[in-house]
Design a binder for this molecule. Structure first.
Ligand code: SF4
Ligand code: SF4
Length: 359
């Protein structure tokens, strides 16, 4: 008989770092277009997998010496290679026992509503961005949902249904959402990515995390964001979700703004873009990055990308992150006394004053 223990043992043996299982009923009440209950209506269980991001992937950015490893390993590597391999192995175990394994790797930005601002329609997946960047002359590379999708059955929802991964991880008992909107787990703080598997097998379920709060409400993520994208703790700008009785609350982050700063970091935190480019701010393309406008929308982000992406001309199928300030600030705090990462490493992530280009 298939058991949760068999699944978790297989997941860890295949390379996952943690695994939790939720009944599908935990998603009752989720908005239809983001409700995984629609994916496979006969599914009874949602299995969540955590894949740790090695802290050392952030070392190059922390030192200001190497920026390629974070997007390529922590995004590309985990999403495209490590997580699918585990889903494949665990899926085989489940199907050998006579149940179906609907694997759901991290696809990013494929839903009918934008994962940036919840608006419907007209966006592209990260993979499609490459094609657009290389071949299209008129289309934006930064659409964030699917354009012409329609429900395939009456009463269904349009493909590709994309659910909220971080909340699903919370449902599986794997952690909590921090003020920064990152998933925090007791084992790895903010350093992980996740993937899921839905099955019609009924299993033993994990409780949602109910230990000491993982987010310390310290505000390091707010302070260390180069774009000011994360509202202050006392701003009152929050998003609150009731997940089967567990209240999840996080800062109402300006996601379009983060899209720009996460990839291009700004004058003081992007060593690849010459000072003269920031100074010239040709055609006002960098108004958002320079604080001349507060409007952060798709049009402004396109201007920023068009102006700056040639200064780091690499593609791993993902935006080439230069930032991660919120992650590193969070790790630094959670490693301190009383944080969930206390004692994990011999030395802390941050051993010297954080760098900033004065220019
Ligand atoms: S990734 Fe960077 S820009 Fe985005 S919220 Fe975090 S610190 Fe801010
Ligand atoms: S940096 Fe502090 S406030 Fe922000 S998510 Fe981490 S623990 Fe929470």
């Amino acid at each position: 008989m298939l058991t949760s223990k068999m699944i978790k043992d297989a997941a860890l043996a295949a390379g996952a770092d943690a695994c939790g299982i939720a009944p599908m009923s935990r998603f009752d009440g989720a908005p239809d277009e983001m409700n995984p209950q629609f994916l496979f209506p006969e599914a009874k269980s949602c299995i969540g997998f955590v894949f740790r991001i090695p802290r050392g992937v952030q070392r190059g950015i922390e030192e200001g010496t190497q920026f390629y490893q974070y997007p390529s390993m922590a995004y590309g590597g985990i999403n495209e290679i490590f997580a699918p391999a585990v889903l494949y192995q665990v899926g085989k175990l489940i199907e050998d026992e006579g149940y179906e394994a609907f694997v759901y790797r991290n696809t990013g930005a494929r839903g009918v509503v934008s994962d940036m601002d919840g608006s419907p329609g007209n966006t592209l997946s990260p993979e499609e961005q490459i094609e657009i960047n290389e071949n299209a002359k008129t289309s934006t590379a930064h659409h964030r949902s699917v354009q012409f999708t329609r429900p395939a059955r009456e009463g269904g929802v349009a493909p590709d249904l994309q659910f909220q991964f971080r909340l699903a991880a919370v449902a599986c008992g794997l952690g909590e959402i921090g003020w920064s909107k990152m998933l925090l787990t007791p084992e790895f703080g903010p350093l992980q990515r996740v993937a899921f598997l839905f099955t019609d097998a009924e299993l033993e379920y994990d409780e949602m995390y109910n230990g000491k709060p993982l987010c310390r409400k310290c505000g390091a993520c707010v302070r260390e964001c180069p774009g000011g994208c994360i509202p202050a703790l006392n701003s009152g700008k929050t998003v609150t979700v009731n997940l089967d009785g567990k209240i999840c609350e996080w800062a109402d982050i300006d996601m379009w703004r983060c899209y720009a700063f996460y990839t291009h970091a700004g004058r003081h935190y992007n060593p690849f873009v010459p000072k003269e480019v920031w100074d010239a701010n040709e055609d006002g393309a960098l108004n958002l990055m320079e604080g001349i406008t507060d409007v952060a929308d798709e049009q402004e982000i396109m201007k920023v990308y068009t102006a700056l992406q040639k200064y780091f001309p690499s593609w791993v199928g993902y935006n080439m992150a230069k930032c991660g300030g919120c992650i590193r600030g969070c790790v630094s705090v959670l490693e301190k006394k009383g944080g969930c990462m206390e004692g994990r490493f011999e030395s802390p992530l941050r051993t010297k004053k954080a760098w900033k280009l004065e220019r």
